[in-house]
Design a protein around this ligand. Structure first.
Ligand SMILES: [Zn+2]
Length: 210
């Protein structure tokens, strides 16, 4: 990888820590369990554990560090050497917890290939009105309640233009409280074997409104 790429991904990682994570760790509950003496963009201490951040563009970024839990973000852009090296850092751990996250980029590659081999969990929302359980669908779970709310030229949508509905009874669907993960292939992860896969779409993301 070029020097420029390494510098860019390193900067992205530090920007992520300073703008997304630090505001959470510096206030409220997390501030009470985070050690302010151990504070950098690469290392945090929460209670008696350390949280380390590394850019995956350098293959040996976590070499020499013993870890119990590894989280690889933007997995489709993580190189094979970096992944192997990071997994190697868990070799002496009794936990060896591995989580890989990504927006899928290419079919049958990276996170999509892993998901295909996994038990393929999807989030099933339960309707408060009729009890029907359903996976969200762009065609069937969205209703336009005000045609004038869409301005195609300005490319804007007024709040309240669309609402989520149950695909069976058509009444309003509350996405917040009544869901559960359901595996398409539960046999694949029996007795803690195999890989659990979780599909999260923007329709499941309650913080994104219509
Ligand atoms: Zn319903």
């Amino acid at each position: 990888m070029s020097k420029e790429t390494v510098e860019r991904t390193n900067r992205q990682m530090k920007d992520f820590v300073s703008t997304r994570l630090n505001p959470l760790l510096e206030s409220g509950y997390y501030a009470t369990i985070t050690d302010s003496k151990v504070d950098s963009l690469e290392k945090k201490k929460i209670r008696n554990s350390f949280l380390l951040f590394r850019s995956s563009s350098k293959g040996a970024a976590v070499e020499g560090v013993d870890i119990d839990y590894l989280s690889l973000d933007e997995y489709d852009r993580v190189g094979a050497a970096a992944e192997l090296s990071a997994i190697e850092s868990m070799s002496s751990s009794q936990f060896k917890m591995l989580r890989r996250w990504s927006t899928p980029t290419v079919p049958d590659y990276g996170i999509h290939a892993l998901f295909e081999q996994s038990d393929q969990r999807v989030y099933m929302h339960k309707c408060d009105h009729c009890g029907y359980r359903q996976q969200m669908d762009y065609e069937k779970n969205i209703e336009c309640v005000d045609e004038s709310g869409v301005d195609l030229l300005a490319k804007t949508v007024k709040d309240g233009t669309f609402r989520f509905i149950c695909k069976k009874c058509g009444k309003a669907l509350d996405r917040w409280y009544n869901g559960e993960w359901v595996a398409k292939f539960p046999d694949r992860t029996i007795n803690n074997q195999g890989t659990r896969g979780y599909l999260v779409t923007q329709l499941d993301a309650v913080w994104i409104n219509l």
